[in-house]
Design a protein around this ligand. Structure first.
Ligand SMILES: [Zn+2]
Length: 258
């Protein structure tokens, strides 16, 4: 027998009540399990109150996990990772898995205490690494500090990544309302860089064409991090913010690894 409109409405509101009753899990820090997030640099909920991870660190760890970087290598296999400007928590998490395959570098190694960073200037010093060498190159908020043209910088990284290896990184933005702007090294003062690029030592701003620049790199595939709004919420990260870029190298020209 057909149900009356009133019955259907009652059943529907029952379902809605049920859906509302399902508690959403509390956001948790994926480094330490902490559930208390505090203000950092004026940004509400940015920092884990327990281990001090920032949003981009929590997203990074999840992206690394999904791309296999947190899986213990098979016995006898070396997984090589190059980490630029190595953040403490990410360094610890990656070294824990890959051990001796981990290398970090920065032009100012003293900023990274006992990390035993190599002092390397980009791109000239990166010539020490052979082609197809690293399984992963990882960095966050580094690319905006490197002088030159990003179209010329990126191939210096992709050259030293192994076939099927990954380049996983984040930058401020990209700002989808602007074209990528560069040339901060030619501006006369920190004030001008602050005004144009948002920070005194930022040399570029990434815009809506940046994914196209990534896509145009030969012999590889570009994708965004793949984390959903809900994945972000669980890490106490705002929807669509702290987006990561993932580039995976293929085995030959025109071949896609995925
Ligand atoms: Zn934490």
């Amino acid at each position: 027998m057909a149900k009356s409109a009133a019955d259907l409405k009652a059943a529907q509101s029952g379902i809605e009540a049920l859906v509302e009753d399902i508690p959403l899990s509390k956001p948790r820090c994926n480094f330490c399990g902490g559930e208390n997030f505090v203000v950092h640099m004026g940004r509400e909920g940015e920092k884990c109150g327990k281990c001090h991870s920032l949003r981009r660190h929590r997203v990074a760890l999840e992206v690394y996990r999904r791309r296999g970087l947190l899986e213990k290598p098979e016995t006898g296999k070396v997984v090589r990772v190059l980490h630029l400007a190595p953040e403490y928590l990410l360094r610890k998490a990656v070294i824990n898995v890959v051990g001796g395959g981990y290398i970090c570098s920065d032009p100012n190694p003293d900023n990274y205490g006992n990390a035993q960073c190599l002092k390397l200037f980009f791109p000239q010093d990166f010539k020490i690494f052979p082609d197809d060498y690293f399984d992963y190159i990882i960095h966050n908020h580094v690319l905006e500090h490197i002088p030159g043209l990003v179209k010329e910088i990126l191939p210096e990284f992709t050259r030293i990544i192994k076939p099927w290896g990954y380049h996983i990184f984040s930058v401020p933005g990209p700002d989808m309302r602007i074209l990528t702007e560069e040339g901060g090294e030619f501006l006369d003062s920190d004030e001008e860089r602050l005004k144009r690029f948002g920070q005194e030592d930022h040399l570029r701003k990434f815009g809506y064409d940046f994914p196209d620049i990534m896509n145009a790199l030969p012999n590889g595939t570009f994708s965004w991090d793949g984390l959903s709004v809900e994945d972000r919420r669980q890490l106490n990260v705002a929807p669509y913010s702290n987006r990561f870029m993932v580039w995976r190298k293929g085995r030959g020209k025109g071949l896609s690894p995925e």
